[in-house]
Design a protein around this ligand. Structure first.
Ligand SMILES: [Zn+2]
Length: 322
């Protein structure tokens, strides 16, 4: 393994801001494929850095014991936004900037923009395929899933099927994706899978376990690794859902949402999954029901809700008829 300080800047009081890249090279010849894992663009999402730890640890062991197993090259960028990760904040401190909204062509030269651009160029020049790992926000917990913008689905779905995620969600394009790492890499013909899992500021070890085995499986599928650890669990088959295959429940009232369901459970249409309560009056404002038959893959964790707030998403067993 080769450790490289990719980018470095002095901060106002002298400490440096460094972005580190770990590289596992192909054994003795040109790599069959170059795969990069990126995490920590958002500094309050720790599932990704933990997944990168698992990968670096395992890949180092494989390289020491069976160097010939590396037929491709792997790069890991475990902490893409170090100042924000140190603070546990989504945004780059002081500037309040979102690194995952500064990729691709972007005007201006503040520090986060410069580093985002340099990081983007490095990932672009050293990868044939990228996995960008995110966790959810504070409000919603997510089953391990790969999110794919519709226009890239033909190429990405077969790759996503290797990742041991519970779900592959093919969704429409939206303006907010235009300056993300995933969109810009896919646009420049570098297939990029975006992982969304768990919740921010927490680690769900079971979810990361699944994805860890999935990422090894992906490397094997691509020919980057010719052997896998002997204790690999059997590969599950992720459910693939398209835009009409996702239904959601929203709060009709403002109040406290108390969930009675478990993430990942199969639910039936109109099955009660929780309540919205008025704690001041001691009243039940509504029984929240599942919006369809399928797997509950998003569930509200932050209990204080305003009317209209997203409470749950279900990956439907069957798309509704038009
Ligand atoms: Zn994120």
């Amino acid at each position: 393994m080769k450790t490289q300080t990719l980018l470095t800047r002095r901060s106002p009081l002298g400490a440096s801001v460094n972005i580190i890249k770990q590289t596992f090279s192909a054994h003795r010849h040109k790599p069959v494929q170059r795969v990069s894992f990126v995490s920590g663009l958002h500094g309050d999402e720790f599932e990704g850095p933990y997944l990168c730890h698992r990968l670096i640890h395992a890949l180092r062991q494989i390289q020491e014991a069976h160097p010939e197993a590396f037929q491709g090259e792997v790069h890991v960028y475990p902490a893409a936004n170090p100042p924000a990760l140190n603070h546990g904040t989504r945004l780059w401190p002081f500037y309040g900037s979102d690194m995952n909204r500064m990729m691709g062509p972007h005007p201006g030269a503040p520090l986060p923009v410069q580093l985002s651009q340099e990081l983007f160029e490095d990932i672009q020049s050293s990868s044939d395929l990228v996995v960008d790992i995110h966790a959810s926000n504070l409000h919603l917990k997510e089953l391990p899933q790969i999110r794919i913008i519709e226009e890239f689905s033909e190429e990405l779905v077969p790759l996503a099927l290797q990742t041991h995620a519970d779900l592959i969600w093919v969704h429409p394009m939206a303006g907010v994706f235009e300056s993300t790492l995933g969109y810009n890499l896919n646009k420049s013909n570098i297939p990029t899978l975006v992982v969304e899992t768990g919740i921010c500021l927490r680690i769900e070890p079971d979810f990361v376990d699944r994805l860890f085995h999935g990422m090894l499986q992906l490397l094997h599928h691509l020919g980057v690794l010719t052997s896998l650890p002997s204790d690999m669990p059997p590969a599950p088959t992720p459910q693939v859902v398209y835009p009409r295959g996702v239904a959601q429940s929203n709060a009709k009232h403002s109040g406290l949402f108390v969930s009675r369901a478990k993430l990942g459970q199969r639910v039936g249409e109109d099955e009660i999954i929780g309540q919205v309560l008025d704690p001041v009056e001691g009243a039940v404002l509504e029984e929240v029901t599942a919006p369809g038959n399928g797997i509950l893959f998003t569930l509200r964790e932050q209990p204080a809700v305003h009317s209209g707030a997203l409470l749950a998403r279900v990956a439907l067993n069957q798309e509704p008829k038009p």
